[in-house]
Design a protein. Structure first.
Length: 388
């Protein structure tokens, strides 16, 4: 098991790195008018600087480079390069709006390149459906499909303050716990660096007013790439995570539970667009976070609610494992809850909004209870964060 300092030092340095560079990136973004302007689809009411991904990447890089282990791992530097490519493409997209087709093509190339460099793919089911190692003819297209899907899922949940960064912090922390107990020091360093780097950005994004920035496509694309590599590292044959797990622990149910809300909400939205004869990449206001906003939830209330739902899926997976459920049953529980919290909940809420039933009153009472921005202390927190 790694030393605790191998967790604390990268996380702390990543935190300090993002905290230090954030105001400098903010100043450049304002000076160059690199902002996200409000429109009919977006939820903000004023132009917001959109270069937050650069600040987070800087923090992740500082945290990763603080560990000597990273310098002995060529694969880690290839991941840094892959994340940098995605940061660059996403940042250009934030500025001049690249076509979805071009972005999609670059995502496939980067994922395929990282798979080739690392000689790694999702090629083991770790006992799910009594299956272990699978053929490369299946694992390679499966990995590309899964990783590109994860990248776009992280990108598409970036709709309200703190949602994408809060989710990525939670996911990084959960993967870090897996890598810590399995002794995967390289991936542990990356995961804790990501968690530490996201915290200052999250605070400014949620609580800041003058210092608020959006993470932008640059941030979501590079973090999505990192998350996809976490999944590959967990599910590849011969992985340290696989060697660590106790009998009956489902690694596929674990990874799916961590990513459940973004993945299933993206599947729902894209399937709905296709059934309506639209491009799956055509932007609209049918995501889960849009539904919560329509119900009267604040940005912070929406973020807390969605993250809580995702954490409940992870908790249900862990409880099912501890109670002795089979790996197959663990997966079915994760699938059932993920579908309930995305597809069924969305359809129920939309019906209540359209019909104005009793359920709508209940949902709006919940929205009022979690509207933290309306609490008396919120302005004091804003002033404190703006001074950081």
């Amino acid at each position: 098991m790694p030393d605790i300092y191998q967790v604390l030092i990268p996380a702390l340095l990543a935190f300090v790195g993002t905290l230090w560079i954030h105001p400098k990136i903010l100043k450049i973004a304002i000076m160059k008018n690199l902002v996200d302007n409000p429109d009919a689809r977006k939820l903000q009411r004023r132009p917001i600087p959109v270069m937050g991904g650069i600040a987070v990447y800087f923090g992740v890089l500082i945290g990763m480079c603080s560990s000597q282990t990273m310098f002995n791992s060529p694969n880690a530097f290839m991941l840094i390069a892959g994340m940098l490519i995605m940061l660059y493409i996403g940042t250009i997209d934030d500025i001049i709006n690249l076509t979805p087709t071009f972005r999609f093509f670059v995502e496939i190339l980067v994922v395929a390149w990282l798979m080739y460099i690392n000689r790694a793919s999702i090629d083991c089911f770790w006992g799910l459906w009594d299956t272990d190692t699978i053929s490369h003819w299946i694992s390679i297209p499966l990995t590309i499909f899964a990783c590109v899907g994860i990248i776009n899922a992280i990108n598409l949940i970036d709709g309200v303050n703190g949602l994408s960064s809060g989710f990525c912090f939670m996911a990084s922390a959960l993967f870090a716990a897996m890598f810590y107990y399995s002794g995967n020091i390289v991936m542990l360093t990356i995961a804790v660096s990501a968690a530490g780097a996201i915290v200052p950005f999250f605070l400014h994004n949620v609580f800041g007013y003058k210092t608020r920035m959006f993470i932008g496509d640059g941030g979501t694309l590079f973090i999505g790439t990192m998350m996809s590599m976490f999944v590959i590292s967990t599910l590849r044959s011969g992985s340290l995570s696989g060697a660590f797990v106790q009998e009956g622990m489902g690694l596929i149910p674990f990874t799916l539970s961590v990513l459940s809300i973004p993945v299933f909400d993206t599947l729902r939205v894209m399937s709905s667009r296709i059934m309506k004869g639209k491009s799956p990449f055509n932007p609209d206001k049918t995501h889960l976070h849009h539904m919560f906003i329509d119900l009267g939830f604040s940005h912070a209330g929406t973020t807390v609610t969605i993250l809580s739902l995702n954490f409940l899926v992870v908790a249900a997976w862990f409880l099912s494992y501890k109670l002795g459920a089979s790996i197959d049953m663990q997966l079915y529980i994760v699938l059932a809850l993920s579908i309930t919290f995305t597809i069924l909940l969305y359809n129920f809420a939309k019906r209540q909004i359209n019909k104005g039933g009793r359920g709508l009153k209940m949902l709006r009472r919940i929205a009022k209870a979690v509207s933290f921005e309306k609490k008396g202390y919120w302005e004091h927190v804003e002033n404190l964060i703006d001074r950081l």
